[in-house]
Every structure is written in structure tokens, then in C-alpha cells.
Ligand binder design. Structure first.
Ligand SMILES: Cc1cc2nc3c(=O)[nH]c(=O)nc-3n(C[C@H](O)[C@H](O)[C@H](O)COP(=O)(O)O)c2cc1C
Length: 369
């Protein structure tokens, strides 16, 4: 019912707004709700009409991080870390904040975020970030909350490959006390040259520098590497080798795709437009899930996997979990499916587990590989 109201009434009205404007208003509304306990209680009660799903069968441990369910918010939805508690109240178990850059950066000129079809997005934001100092200030609001916050590490556009390790490490240092994990994001298609940092040499340097920073701070915060769905399997294997050789905890698979064929299906115009496609596109989702399955096959239990790309309901979440993901992330479907998306996914997973006679999520992870 709530989903029907959202999709039939609210979403079409929102479609008249520029996609980024919708996103900003939604984020600001959650941020404002955080200021008042009663507003937040309303948010929680409204999430999927019935509130957050709390059930021990959904809990997962991701690299030592206790998640109350496997559905997190992916990087890009809350780049500045101003709506973490609001998103948690909507039923997500945690939020990957960022990508965060060392210095403030406005990103590309607008418009730069588009809906190509219902549930399918293209963005070329180009790493807009208020900079790490502001994000550190924002995240103070959640200190001691216990909400798992991942920090997506990015670099400013004018930072060359040689300085990239220091740039990532600088963000990790300042946000160390807020981070349940770090994700090295070298897979956004919107910063020239960034994806080349997925190559063996540059990636090793970045991962080693971030690891050294974590050690310097006296901790053991797990580090993930986020990859593009457009990598060849050979290139993925290089990333896996770097990860295994350098104590990386896991892989976030995947970022958006810049495949022109996929973009071109939404009209010739989009084929050559800069930006990455995400959300409810069956082929994109298949590419992204295939990456999860490949990583699981190659690395087994040695690397944890966070599956992201086209997750919008229990079925698409379960595809990723069965392929080997311990947790999934959602970004575009928060817009496409509405604010109850995490609750619907969790309820659907529980229904499926009951039908299949599965007792815990541990039995589900990787069962199809
Ligand atoms: C508007 C937007 C901004 C994004 N910004 C980031 C980012 O800053 N860092 C990052 O690692 N991924 C970013 N992403 C990629 C998402 O985290 C995710 O990998 C991708 O969108 C696939 O998930 P989805 O199909 O659920 O959207 C962004 C995606 C969107 C749609």
C-alpha cells in the first residue's frame, strides 16, 4: 500500500524535479527530522508502514562489524554525512558516507544527475564533497550512536596518481574515529584517470598508505576496495591479489557502469553522455552480480563482499547474497522504490527464509556459487 502510494502519487510528482534537487530535498528532510526525537520516531514508524524490521535471523557480521540486517545505504546518497540517523531510522543497518575528499570540491556543472527511466539513474556528479573537515564535523552528531558508518575515500580531481595514496590516507586519518570501515573508491567513472588506480601498482600504494594510517591511529579498521563493473575478469583478479597480499578485508562490488551500450538503450543521446548508470537495469544488475560471484569463487572466505548494483527488493538482494555478498547496499532504489525500501527488502528476505526453511543469513551467503 505504502509502496503503491509512493510509486503512483509521490514519485511522478518528484519526476518533475531535477533528480539532484529531489535527492537534496530528501536528504535535508531526513536531516531536519534528526533534530527531534518525535520526528524521527514518525520516520521510523512510516518506514514501510510498520517500522524497522528487528529480527535476529537477519543479523550479519561483516569483518567484525555487527549489522542488524544486511541492507545498507551505498556511497553517494549521503556524501557529507548529514542524514545517517534518519537513514538508519528508515531500516538500513548502516550508511557508507562519501565519497569524502580531502579538500572541498564542487563537482561537475549541473545538471549532472538524471533519471533515464523509472528506477534507472545516470550521474556525473564528479565527486562533489564539502571536504573532510566538514564531514568530520557533521559526523560528530552520530558519535556514540553505534550506527555502523563506512567511509568512502576519494581524491580531489587535481591530485595526480603519485599523490593519490596520501590524499586517501588524509581522509582516513581525520575520519578514523567515525569509521566502522573504509572503502577505497577507485571506480567512479566521473573523475578522469580514477579508474586506472584500480591497476595493481597504484592500488597497492593506496591500500598500503591507508593501512599504515589505520595502524598509526592504533586501530584495525577494515579496509574495502570498491571496483567498477566494467573491469575485465583479469583486472578483477589483479585487484583481488592486491587485496589478499595487503590485508584488505573485502571488496565492494560494484560502482556504476559507463558502458555506452547500456546507456544507449535509453536513447541514442545517452550513449555518448558522460556518467555512470545505476539502478533497475537488468543487464547492469547481472554484470554487478556476476562480479560478486566471481570474487566469491576466486577468494572464498578470504575476502568479504558488499554487493551493490540494482538492488531494489528482496529478490535482487537475495541474488547478491546467494552469489556471495555478506551485505548489500542500495542507492538508486531509495528514489525508485521509496523510503520503505530497506524494510520491504528485509521483510521479503525473512519471508523467503521461512519458505525455504533457512534459519540464518550465514546459510544464504554464497550458497549459489
Ligand atoms: C547519485 C549517485 C552518486 C554516487 N556517488 C558515489 C560516490 O561518491 N562514491 C561511490 O563509491 N559510489 C557512488 N555512487 C555509486 C553507488 O554507491 C553504487 O555503487 C551504484 O549506484 C550502484 O548501486 P544502485 O544500483 O543501488 O544505485 C553513486 C551513485 C549515485 C546514483
Amino acid at each position: 500500500m505504502q509502496r503503491y502510494v509512493y510509486k503512483r502519487l509521490i514519485s511522478p510528482t518528484m519526476d518533475r524535479l531535477d533528480s539532484e534537487t529531489w535527492h537534496e530535498r530528501a536528504r535535508r528532510a531526513l536531516h531536519r527530522a534528526e533534530a527531534s526525537g518525535s520526528a524521527l520516531a514518525v520516520v521510523e514508524r512510516c518506514a514501510g508502514f510498520g517500522g524497522k524490521v528487528r529480527d535476529d535471523r537477519l543479523t550479519v557480521t561483516l569483518s567484525g562489524i555487527e549489522l542488524e540486517n544486511p541492507v545498507m545505504v551505498g556511497a553517494g546518497w549521503d556524501k557529507a554525512g548529514t542524514a545517517v540517523r534518519g537513514l538508519y531510522s528508515l531500516g538500513f543497518s548502516g550508511v557508507e558516507v562519501g565519497s569524502v575528499l580531502e579538500h572541498p570540491q564542487p563537482g561537475n556543472p549541473r545538471p549532472r544527475q538524471f533519471m533515464l527511466a523509472p528506477g534507472v539513474a545516470l550521474n556525473r556528479l564528479g565527486f562533489n564533497s564539502p571536504g573532510v573537515a566538514q564531514v568530520a564535523h557533521n559526523l560528530e552528531a552520530y558519535a556514540g550512536s553505534g550506527i555502523p558508518i563506512g567511509i568512502s575515500l576519494g581524491k580531489n580531481r587535481d591530485v595526480g596518481p603519485r599523490d593519490a595514496p596520501d590524499a586517501h590516507a588524509a581522509v582516513a586519518r581525520l575520519l578514523y574515529h567515525h569509521a566502522a570501515y573504509f572503502a577505497v573508491n577507485v571506480s567512479s567513472p566521473n573523475t578522469p584517470g580514477l579508474r586506472q588506480l584500480q591497476d595493481r601498482g597504484p592500488l597497492t600504494d593506496i591500500v598500503q598508505e591507508v593501512s599504515a594510517t589505520v595502524r598509526e591511529m592504533g586501530g584495525r579498521t577494515p579496509i574495502f576496495v570498491k571496483i567498477a563493473p566494467d573491469l575485465s575478469l583479469g583486472a578483477v583478479d589483479d585487484v583481488l591479489q592486491v587485496a589478499l597480499d595487503n590485508g584488505v578485508a573485502g571488496i565492494v562490488a560494484t560502482n556504476t557502469t559507463d558502458n555506452p551500450e547500456l546507456k544507449g538503450r535509453y536513447g541514442e543521446y545517452w550513449r555518448t553522455q558522460a556518467g555512470g548508470l545505476s539502478g533497475d537495469d537488468a543487464e547492469y544488475r547481472r554484470m554487478s552480480t556476476a562480479m560478486v560471484a566471481h570474487i566469491r569463487r576466486e577468494a572464498g572466505d578470504h575476502l568479504e563482499i558488499i554487493g551493490v548494483g540494482g538492488v531494489k527488493d528482496a529478490r535482487t538482494a537475495l541474488e547478491k547474497l546467494l552469489a556471495g555478498a555478506k551485505a548489500v547496499q542500495v542507492v538508486t532504489a531509495i528514489r525508485g522504490e521509496g523510503p520503505g525500501v530497506a524494510v520491504h527488502i528485509n521483510r521479503g528476505i525473512l519471508r523467503w527464509m521461512e519458505k525455504e526453511g533457512v534459519g540464518t543469513l550465514r546459510e544464504v551467503v554464497g550458497a549459489a556459487v
